[in-house]
Design a protein around this ligand. Structure first.
Ligand SMILES: [Zn+2]
Ligand SMILES: [Zn+2]
Length: 155
């Protein structure tokens, strides 16, 4: 019984920690020394379907895969498995919201009246108004500041 509780907590903590990791990575690494990989997400300078920026997805997918793989070998009560699943579910959320809902890489669920989703899109669009490595804002993602949720979406 106790293991189940610990695993559920591990799952949600991992999910929340991933939002922090995404924010930190975006602000200090993607807009830092790995800007060369993130740049084409701000200024698209090629017509390829995939961006160099997509490598970041792999950087998170690989540890998630390894944790799930080795966790499963230990059994479903392995905490490694639940940490791996937390990263994976965050990754799925990220792709659904960032790549599909906001950037429309696949034409699916674009319309919404939900103030939270609209706020999330607005905040990320503000992030994209900056085309350089420096002076960015709104690096977070699922955690949306209240002012964006209240604000009307203008674009
Ligand atoms: Zn950025
Ligand atoms: Zn983006």
């Amino acid at each position: 019984m106790m293991t189940i509780v610990i695993n559920i907590i591990a799952f949600f903590l991992t999910y929340a920690f991933m939002e922090f990791t995404a924010w930190f990575t975006h602000k200090y690494i993607m807009h830092g020394f790995l800007w060369k990989l993130h740049k084409d997400h701000h200024i698209k300078d090629h017509d390829k379907k995939f961006e160099k920026n997509d490598y970041f997805f792999l950087m998170f997918a690989i540890p998630s895969f390894l944790l799930i793989y080795f966790g499963f070998e230990q059994g479903v009560s392995s905490v490694l498995l639940w940490i791996g699943l937390g990263i994976m579910v965050y990754g799925i959320t990220y792709v659904l919201v960032h790549d599909i809902f906001i950037h429309r890489r696949i034409k699916l669920f674009q319309k919404t009246n939900n103030p939270y989703f609209k706020g999330m899109r607005l905040a990320h669009k503000i992030h994209h108004k900056h085309l350089t490595k420096e002076n960015g804002e709104c690096f977070g993602f699922i955690w949306v500041k209240k002012k964006y949720i209240k604000a009307d979406e203008t674009n």
